[in-house]
Design a protein around this ligand. Structure first.
Ligand code: PRX
Length: 574
């Protein structure tokens, strides 16, 4: 089916630290993994306790939990310090009256304060909602409105994008910065933290109580709140151990922002549940900064994304050679298809096999992976982790034989599976429409040896630089622009970003196509929604293809773009 399939990169001797895939799978039982946790006996649990306090209390108080650096800061935060700073923040929230189950959003750049706030929120049993700092007003509004958040932690710089007046449920704005003059409803983070007690009575919750709410995009409607519970720690801990292969001495760097699920499941929970030292680099992507982060912190395990690897590749082998990256022993990737070319390049310049992993916001944790001990087939996502089963289904739920393309599905349940879509039970049910399976929305096939190969999305969701963008959100923003009558948005293949966003637009009467207008429309989306959601390409059309019920046919736009046949047009308007 795929000529790349023949290529195999052998597992090396140093990878023998893990039992073979077959051995790990046979007789696997999640309840054995549960025994690792203190709550196994009591039934009461708290993710932040297991991630931080437990280690701080077990002799790792002075071990570095977080190496943080950006252009102006360079800090090491110990497990002991992370425990007390998150305790303090828990106390700040309690003093404000925030309770178990309340939603608290965090909207700020990656800094040690962000991590203290995130853990402190979890410690009091509140549900944390992390927001990517690049979100603009509409994106922030949608998420706070839908979740009815009671508090937000943000910075004075980002505050103008929080429409406080329009959010009646939002009682507290906690501002992180220097010399904060807190107005009504506002709280000075630093001042409050300085006064708060180091001691906190942790809220012991049930395994099925709310932990985190990650908003993500689908092909229709506003972003949906994917709801995860404390029970997810079982999978975070286990995959941290067997997929990230984390050991006590490891210095681990996940390059994702906590605004996305990778940045929490594998940027917060998995590494700390495993007692590793976590690295966070603030600021924007720059190849030199990235390599110096590895060199300076002696990063051993590195988890990043294809788009970053491709950008590092285009920065040239010479850039790699300027740094000592010999500390690296395990490299992984997630978020979009990992090109075989990138895998080969990684082997050449880093002397590392880049291990692809597949999962989604909804799955909460890794599911299909290349284990350290497994041969890699470049271009394949790997095999389902122990304790899980994946299959390729037809649209009626029948399991297809090897080499047949179909719906990538996972047998339910697994520990970190989402437990609901906030405010939207119908949407939740859609994922489970084929009885006994979670239907991912990705299409794939499985080869004879059980390796899974990603083929594409079944729906119109766009994956640009590993970020999931819903075409509907972008279209909704576009039609708010005074010149735009109608808009249809698609993902256009792009060598660096995987896909870029392309918008087809028909103009209102009185407006003429021009490059200035294109730039203005792109800017409008960038400033209203988010930079990564702005179309990089715009094409004006007199008319857009629509169904008779008025729905814009994105598949026709895509066919136009790719020069492919437009397929069945029987439902088109005229
Ligand atoms: O299409 C798949 C793609 O990213 C989608 C999930 O996006 P998100 O929820 O934002 O989570 C990203 C990180 C967990 C999937 O439906 N995707 C993710 N990993 C891979 C991938 N596509 C190909 N190969 C992967 N390894």
């Amino acid at each position: 089916m795929n000529n790349e399939q023949a290529e195999i990169i052998k597992a090396t001797a140093t990878d023998a630290n893990l039992r073979s895939y077959e051995e790990a799978r046979s007789g696997f039982d999640w309840t054995e993994v549960e025994k690792h946790f203190s709550w196994h006996a009591t039934g009461k649990v708290n993710m932040a306790y297991e991630a931080i306090d437990r280690h701080a209390e077990a002799g790792l108080r002075d071990k570095v939990a977080l190496y943080y650096s950006d252009a102006t800061r360079d800090e090491a935060v110990t497990y002991g310090k992370m425990k007390t700073s998150s305790n303090k923040f828990g106390n700040v929230l309690r003093r404000l009256g925030v309770k178990k189950g309340d939603r608290v959003f965090i909207f700020m750049p990656r800094t040690p304060e962000l991590y203290a706030a995130l853990l402190g929120t979890i410690k009091i049993g509140a549900i944390v909602g992390p927001l990517f700092e690049a979100f603009m007003e509409q994106a922030v509004r949608d998420r706070l409105e839908d979740s009815q958040a009671v508090a937000i932690v943000t910075t004075p710089e980002l505050l103008p994008r929080v429409p406080v007046k329009d959010l009646p449920h939002l009682k507290h704005v906690i501002l992180v910065g220097d010399n904060i003059q807190a107005g009504p409803g506002q709280v000075d983070f630093k001042g409050e933290m300085a006064q708060a007690s180091d001691e906190l009575a942790i809220e012991w919750v049930d395994r099925e109580d709310g932990l985190i709410l990650h908003y993500t995009s689908g092909s229709t409607g506003k972003p949906k709140g994917v709801f995860h519970v404390h029970n997810a720690m079982i999978q975070h801990y286990y995959t941290g151990k067997i997929v990230l292969d984390l050991k006590p001495g490891d210095v681990y760097w996940c390059t994702a922002d906590p605004g996305w699920v990778t940045g929490t499941s594998y940027g917060v929970f998995a590494p700390w549940l495993n007692g590793a030292t976590n690295v966070v680099r603030g600021g924007r992507f720059k190849p030199q900064d990235w390599y110096s982060t590895i060199e300076k912190n002696k990063v051993t395990v590195w988890y990043s994304a294809p788009t970053s690897f491709r950008m590092l590749m285009s920065a040239g082998d010479e850039t790699v050679e300027q740094f000592d990256l010999s500390s690296l022993r395990h490299v992984l990737s997630v978020g979009e298809p990992l090109n075989p070319e990138v895998v080969r390049w990684g082997l050449k310049v880093y002397n590392q096999r880049i291990h692809d992993t597949w999962w989604m916001t909804e799955t909460g944790g890794q599911l299909i992976c290349n284990y350290p001990s497994m041969d890699i087939r470049p271009g394949s996502m790997g095999k389902p982790i122990p304790g899980t089963e994946a299959a390729i289904l037809d649209d009626n739920g029948n399991v297809l034989p090897p080499n047949r393309m179909g719906n990538l599905a996972i047998k339910t349940p697994w520990p970190s599976m989402m437990r609901k879509i906030w405010n939207n039970p119908a949407k939740y049910e859609e994922y489970f429409r084929l009885t006994g399976w979670y239907v991912s929305g990705d299409s794939a096939y499985m080869d004879e040896d059980g390796y899974f190969w990603f083929q594409g999305r079944v729906d119109d969701v766009i994956n640009t630089s590993g970020e999931r963008v819903g075409p509907f959100e972008v279209e909704s923003k576009l039609v708010e622009h005074p010149a735009v009558a109608e808009a249809g948005v698609i993902g256009k293949p792009d060598p660096l970003r995987g896909e870029i966003i392309k918008a087809f637009i028909s103009l209102r009467v009185g407006f003429e196509p021009s490059d200035e207008l294109k730039a203005d429309i792109a800017k409008f989306v960038k400033e209203g929604l988010a930079a990564h959601a702005a179309p990089r390409e715009i094409e004006f059309k007199d008319k857009l293809p629509k169904t008779r019920s008025g729905k814009i046919m994105r598949r026709v736009l895509k066919a136009w773009e790719l020069g492919l046949p437009t397929g069945d047009l029987s439902t088109i308007e005229d």
